[in-house]
Design a protein around this ligand. Sequence first.
Ligand SMILES: [Zn+2]
Length: 249
Amino acid sequence: MRRYVEIELKHILILCVIIKEKWVCQLKKQDQQYYVFEIDGKCLNGVSIFLMLGIVILTFLLNPDFSFYGKEFDLAFLFMIPYLVLHEIIHGISYVLCGAKYKNITFGAHLEKGILCCLCKEKVSKPSILISLICPFIFLGVCTYIAGLYLHNNTLIILSMINISGCAGDLVMFFDFLSLKNMMYSEYDNPLAFGLYTTEDLSHKHFFGLRYLETTKDLSKTITKKVVISNISLIIILILFFLGILNFL
Ligand SMILES: [Zn+2]
């Protein structure tokens, strides 16, 4: 008889543990919200200048004949904007290859604010965002730089320098996100900010180069136009294009 009571007690205990686990899991689900952050502009500029100086010094050490003058520089100037657009396209391709839906990816140019962007307006996992952040740095920065050195092609070296310097925000976010557990990432209508969807309270967490904005249950994702280019961006692109052509001729 005693043995039966022990067995019954065991079953009740197991049942209690299962119910508690389910309850905690449910609570955690309910607590998931977006912690919205933006990149600190001053910090971004600092990292960008640091990267540019680093890569320029490294280039003069590896290749003393390197110069910022001549036809190769003019060609790099001409292809600067298309190369930075390619940077955003690689972000987009990485998101899609990691499982995001193409319809949820939008591109934007707001050059008056210094922004060219690829926004993924659906929640993606931590590995997906890490891959998307690092791919342009690896392919258009590091690989192009090595190819430029190997081929003695200053145009490729200068383009890779511009890209590496332009990767400042991506690198800041990449290293900040490494320390996070169980989070999902999503962008929304504001091209300057993003949301981290998690149960962990991030409102007081200090991230290098990021500024906490707010906590919200939902992000505004109403702009579904595939490409958004501001009028000033169009004017800047045209001016740079004609300057590039004139320089090159
Ligand atoms: Zn980027």
